[in-house]
Design a binder for this molecule. Sequence first.
Ligand code: IMP
Length: 176
Amino acid sequence: MVPLKLSELISQDDLQTKVTEIGKKITEQFKGEELTAICVLKGSCLYFADLVRSIDLDIQCEFFGVSSYGASTHSSGEVKTTLDLTVPLEGKNVLLVEDIVDTGLTMNFLKKNIEARMPKKLVTTSLLFKPAALKTECYIDHVGFEIENRFVVGYGLDYQGFYRNLPYIAQSSDFN
Ligand code: IMP
């Protein structure tokens, strides 16, 4: 593993407070209805696990694998599907859960892909959002934290497959 110079950016407590807040908003938004929550692998695994436990609705959990970065710290702009969903989304309420929106290309690819499956309603959430890195217009319904255009790891986010298990978000001073 490559050791990065890291400093804490968002604490474990601040993450939990924000996730609970977003969970409450989504509960209100879909009150009395069922929801299919989609975890975008691999980065949103921890956010997804905490978020679905903060939503008080009947939820089906689905997993969607996409890869856009390879082993680098900059988006390749190319989005590949590595694992497809296992249920049809037609007529369903869908919550798309992302870890971070950087260039916006992955989120827009996912939105287009899911809209094509004719859900009743699609709501998006991303724990982190780097507005300065956007390369395309990208609307997200529920954003956890807007951050600067720095490379971050932890709470699901990786560098070369490592650091996902950090319980907080850390920023690296090794890049940019
Ligand atoms: P986008 O298509 O450029 O918006 O990139 C989205 C994907 O790139 C995310 O789902 C992450 O997997 C990855 N990514 C973007 N920024 C970072 C970062 O700062 N740290 C780790 N992964 C990142």
